[in-house]
Design a protein around this ligand. Structure first.
Ligand SMILES: *Cc1c(COP(=O)(O)O)cnc(C)c1O
Length: 356
């Protein structure tokens, strides 16, 4: 149990009202949670302080060797006024898996959850209520030793910031266009792919710029070895519905194990779909698109929840999926997951956690 110290702002910012269209990740609330770590003290001085710049030495290891992890989840305001988190235990478990992979010390799960709840409670008034909006929660940890040389840091800072957000894609649930990348790779087995680390995103920038320049909004990554099998999209996992079956690439060490991915698999199974977690090649996918058996494609992630894919392109070939529209199952998954997140629908046991 953390003994959190509070230092509230004396200069609160105006909270954006419902008349303001919210974008993603541009506005931050009044406070942040901060906790320090050193090898001799462990995690210490948990505090909630005004959202403000932080002070680090230019030699802080995070700037040079990228020892950084992050998480992403959301808080929702239910119609009855309750504040709800969606499966935070899964994010916390993944956070500690990431920590283990990049030599950052573990944070006890109950302390992590307490920190999330405390900061969300503090800035609860910032949770927007319009359909499609929520409060995005971004926990992250940085290596702070003022040291040049490659080794794990002996000191860290754990910070949680909050951002009221609207739809991740300004186009809303409109299908996105996806570029299958065959030159660059994001991750390889044995690398950082299954960890939520900033380093993975640096590796992805070049291909993202290339896809954007060609008029596509996201990159679909192929495996780093054979460049044949589909892995995932920029910040989302990917699903296909082929001949009535739901197919998603199996977790192989280079794919990020998404909480939304897991939730989709569990819901589809509950609804009686056959769900296959397996290798699927770009070739198999294009063949399915050509012979008409590819029925739906969608991405899954906390930010957009479900993101239907309307176009896929590899090399010179662009295929349109489902007439460029939203598929029935994609829509049902979106309605169900967001319904559960908002407390309007009953989800499986433990999916929704109230912030009291
Ligand atoms: C965060 C993330 C996802 C989605 O995970 P969720 O837990 O569903 O938000 C997928 N792929 C990558 C690379 C990610 O960073």
């Amino acid at each position: 149990m953390l003994n959190i110290r509070y230092e509230k702002t004396t200069n609160p910012k105006p909270i954006p009202g419902p008349e303001n269209p919210l974008t993603f990740g541009t506005i931050f609330t009044d406070h942040m949670f901060v906790m320090d770590y050193s090898d001799d003290k462990g995690w210490y001085d948990p505090r909630i302080v005004p959202y403000a710049p932080i002070s680090l030495y230019p030699s802080a290891m995070v700037f040079h060797y990228g020892q950084e992890m992050f998480e992403g989840l959301k808080a929702y305001k239910a119609e009855d006024g309750r504040t709800l988190l969606f499966r935070p235990d899964k994010n916390i478990e993944r956070a500690n898996n990431t920590n283990a992979r990049i030599c950052i010390p573990q944070i006890p799960a109950e302390d992590f959850l307490q920190a999330i709840k405390a900061i969300v409670k503090t800035d609860e008034a910032w949770i927007p209520t319009k359909p499609g909006t929520s409060l995005y929660i971004r926990p992250f940890i940085i290596a702070t030793d003022p040291f040049l040389g490659v080794r794990p840091s002996h000191t860290y800072q754990f910070i949680i910031i909050l951002s009221p957000v609207g739809a991740y894609y300004p186009e809303g649930l409109n299908p996105v266009k996806i570029w299958i990348e065959d030159e660059y790779v994001r991750a390889v087995r044995g690398g950082l792919g299954e960890a939520k680390a900033g380093a993975n995103y640096v590796a992805s920038l070049k291909a993202q710029v290339k896809a954007h320049d060609a008029g596509y909004s996201q990159v679909l990554w192929l495996d780093g070895v054979e460049r044949k099998y589909i892995e995932e999209v920029g910040a989302m996992n990917i699903f296909f519905k082929i001949n009535g079956k739901v197919i998603t690439p199996m977790l192989n060490g280079s794919i990020l194990p998404g909480v939304t991915r897991r939730s989709c698999i569990e819901l589809c199974k509950e609804w009686g779909y056959e769900v296959e977690e397996r290798k699927i090649s770009a070739e198999e996918l294009f063949n399915a698109a050509l012979d008409g058996s590819l029925e739906e494609v969608w991405g899954t992630g906390t930010a957009a929840v479900i993101s239907p894919v309307g176009h896929l392109r590899q090399g010179d070939t662009d295929v349109e999926i489902n007439g460029g529209g939203i598929g029935e199952l994609s829509q049902k998954l979106y309605d169900t997951i967001t319904g559960i997140q908002l407390g309007k629908m009953e989800g499986p046991q433990g999916w929704v956690v109230e912030v009291e």
